[in-house]
Design a protein around this ligand. Structure first.
Ligand code: 5AD
Ligand code: SF4
Length: 446
């Protein structure tokens, strides 16, 4: 690359892990044009705001951030290219350009492989570019391999979009129909990530367990293939739908030791009435049975979930059914949200909206219970020896940090030569969101 062609790119990422992955891939696609990552937006040649539309006042948040970026753009004499990407761009692209005409590029999640061409068009004075169609070509076929060294843990998108149409969710509209990437492309990208230093790969998809390889089986089979990659130590996948938890995938949890014993399996509610209103197409008992099968396959499996309180029509007894389900299952960790009406989704127009104050109250009760379970789970780890994959330096000098099999951050006193390796650690203490441990032996397991 020619030195004086070097340009600075700053990417701001909101939302889910898939957005984190997408931001990385947008940086990869711009690297051949001379764009190198910049830690700050000030003075950057290009800033991408990668947005999330899942909850809350997504659009307002975007406009207030754009107001800040506008001032930074003016400070560059208007030279900075400002792009808005992600799900808010997809859903509200035209409004963004109308209300923030200083934005140069608006692009949806399915078009970021076309960024170089969009940048060229936007660079011609006065041009704005909007690309929010779902293009016929597959963006993954047009993306370069990542040139940046990987961290010890990496994400890999294998599936995108959703056909489930839960009543509350914008994803089927912003990310489009379910699409699975081909096995060969996934294995190639995984091999490349490992060659760049990744030791743990998390497979991503809005409905990752709906992934299918044509005639070549589903996610269970894919995990078996990935487990063969030399140098790869750990596999995870997120986010799953209970309905797509098939026998082969359950068996994968039994048969593949490197598939970590921690699963994020959103249930949203414990009330059959609300699950039906949400169009989840399973009951609370279905969920219990799936968890039983998984725990039979992998007895040490820890679970995480998503919950929504105050979906339209949710009564106090529906809410209590959710609390009961939580008490029965026991979660190691969970995310919970107040229902937030999303424009264009079926639930947004429902008459029986739950008052905001009641949603607040239910969320507090639910979160107290989930917090108590998380604390209990973490406390139960004290005194155990577990393999920790070290990912980087710790908070304090002389410390290194890693992840337990259950995705808990673990801090130990140790030297950086362990980073990128798995080592046995005795857990000695818990903090609210992490564990402290000591090295059982200096020796690496892998
Ligand atoms: N309101 C509140 N929470 C939502 N989620 C998705 N849509 C909404 C909404 N409209 C939550 C679900 C989902 C997670 C990613 O976000 O729990 O699993
Ligand atoms: Fe949204 Fe439901 Fe699809 Fe998940 S399964 S992305 S919650 S519509």
């Amino acid at each position: 690359m020619i030195g004086n062609n070097l340009k600075r790119l700053h990417v701001i990422t909101w939302g889910c892990q898939m957005n984190v992955y997408d931001s990385g891939r947008m940086a990869d696609v711009l690297a051949p044009l001379g764009y190198a990552p910049a830690a700050e937006p000030d003075g950057a040649d290009m800033v991408i705001l990668n947005t999330c539309h899942i909850r809350d006042k997504a659009a307002e948040k975007v406009f207030s951030e754009l107001g800040r970026l506008r001032r930074l753009k003016e400070a560059t004499g208007g030279r900075m290219i400002l792009a808005v990407a992600g799900c808010v761009a997809q859903a509200e692209g035209a409004e963004i350009l109308a209300r923030a005409p200083y934005v140069d590029i608006v692009l949806g999640p399915q078009t970021y492989h076309r960024l170089p061409e969009m940048v060229a068009r936007a660079s011609r004075a006065g041009n704005t570019v909007i690309e929010t169609d779902f293009p016929p070509e597959d963006k993954f076929d047009h993306l370069p391999e990542s040139a940046t060294p990987q961290g010890v843990t990496a994400f890999l998108t294998i599936q995108e979009g959703c056909d489930k149409f839960c009543s509350f969710c914008v994803v089927p509209y912003t990310r489009g129909a379910e699409q699975s990437r081909p096995v060969a492309a996934i294995l190639r990208e995984a091999g490349h990530l490992v060659s760049q230093g990744a030791r743990e790969i998390t497979l991503l998809g809005q409905n990752v367990n709906a992934w299918h390889g044509g005639g070549n089986g589903g996610l269970g089979r894919l995990l078996r293939d990935l487990a063969e990659i030399p140098g790869l130590l750990r596999l995870r996948y997120a986010t799953s739908h209970p309905r797509d938890m098939d026998d082969a995938l359950v068996a994968a949890h039994r048969d593949i030791p490197m598939l970590m014993p921690f699963l994020h399996l959103p249930v949203q509610s414990g009330s059959d009435r609300i699950l039906a209103a949400m169009n989840r197409r399973h009951t609370a008992d279905d969920y219990r049975r799936i968890v039983d099968r998984l725990r039979e396959a992998r007895p040490d499996l820890a679970l995480s979930s998503d919950f929504i309180v105050g979906h339209p029509g949710e009564t106090v007894s529906d809410f209590e059914a959710t609390l009961s389900l939580i008490r029965e299952i026991g979660f190691a960790q969970a995310y919970s949200f107040k229902y937030s009406p999303r424009p264009g989704t079926p639930a947004a127009g429902a008459a029986a909206q739950v008052p905001e104050a009641e949603k607040d109250r239910r969320l507090q009760v639910l979160q107290a219970l989930l917090r108590e379970q998380q604390t209990r789970f973490n406390a139960g780890c004290v005194g155990l020896d577990m393999p920790v994959l070290f990912t980087g330096p710790g908070r304090h000098p002389g410390q290194i940090a890693g992840r337990s099999p259950f995705l808990q951050p673990v801090h130990v006193t140790g030297t950086p030569h362990l980073i990128g390796h798995e080592t046995m650690v005795r857990i000695v203490d818990t903090r609210p969101n992490s564990l402290a441990g000591t090295l059982v032996q200096e020796r690496r397991i892998a």
